[in-house]
Ligand binder design. Structure first.
Ligand code: ZN
Ligand code: ZN
Length: 177
C-alpha cells in the first residue's frame, strides 16, 4: 500500500489497490511517511495530442498536470495533385509541415471557355470571325481564340472550318462545335 504525507497539497494523490485516492481521504488511509520528491517529465504537445507534465516520486506516487493544448496541424499552401478538367474535379493536397499528415480538397471543374466560331473572342459569331479565321488560315499573324478555331469539331484546322462558318453565318442548317 502506498503511504502518503497527510498534508500533501495535491488533490488527487495516487492509487490504493488500483483505486484513485483523493487527498480528503488521506487522513484515514495513510500514515505520514515521507515528503514526495517528484521528478518531472514533460511530454510536448503534438498537432493532435495535448502536452502535459508527469510528476513521479520514487515511492510510485505520481500525478499529471500542466496541460498544454494540442497545436493543430500547420498546413502548407497545398499542391495540385490532380488537375481539374472540364469534365472532372481536380484534387489539391495539403501537407502538415510539422507531422506530415495530408488532407485533400476538391478543385471545381474548369468552366469551359470553348466558344466555337468566336474566333476573335468578342462574344459574338459573325462575319468578323470569318475574316479573322480566313486571315489565320492564310498564315497571317492575327490573334485568335484557340478553342474557337475548330468550327466543325473534326479535330483539324483547315478550310473546312472556314466553309462551315460561312454556311453557319449564311443561315445554313449546319452546327458549329
Ligand atoms: Zn513519494
Ligand atoms: Zn500536423
Amino acid at each position: 500500500m502506498f503511504i502518503y504525507k497527510s498534508n500533501d497539497t495535491l488533490g488527487w494523490i495516487g492509487d490504493l489497490y488500483g483505486y484513485p485516492v483523493h487527498q480528503s481521504y488521506v487522513g484515514f488511509i495513510c500514515e505520514i511517511d515521507h515528503v514526495h520528491n517528484y521528478s518531472d517529465t514533460v511530454t510536448l504537445p503534438t498537432c493532435t495530442e495535448q502536452g502535459y507534465t508527469t510528476h513521479v516520486c520514487s515511492c510510485g506516487g505520481s500525478y499529471v498536470d500542466s496541460y498544454v493544448s494540442a497545436l493543430g496541424h500547420n498546413w502548407n499552401d497545398g499542391v495540385i495533385t490532380i488537375e481539374p478538367t472540364e469534365s472532372s474535379e481536380g484534387v489539391k493536397t495539403f501537407t502538415c509541415t510539422r507531422c506530415g499528415v495530408t488532407k485533400t480538397e476538391a478543385i471545381p471543374v474548369v468552366v469551359s471557355t470553348h466558344f466555337p466560331g468566336d474566333i476573335n473572342g468578342d462574344g459574338k459569331v459573325n462575319s468578323k470571325d470569318l475574316t479573322r479565321l480566313l486571315k489565320y488560315l492564310s498564315g497571317e499573324n492575327v490573334e485568335v481564340v484557340a478553342d474557337a478555331l475548330d468550327v466543325n469539331g473534326d479535330g483539324k484546322l483547315n478550310s473546312k472550318d472556314l466553309t462551315r462558318l460561312l454556311k453557319y453565318l449564311s443561315g445554313g442548317d449546319v452546327a458549329i462545335y
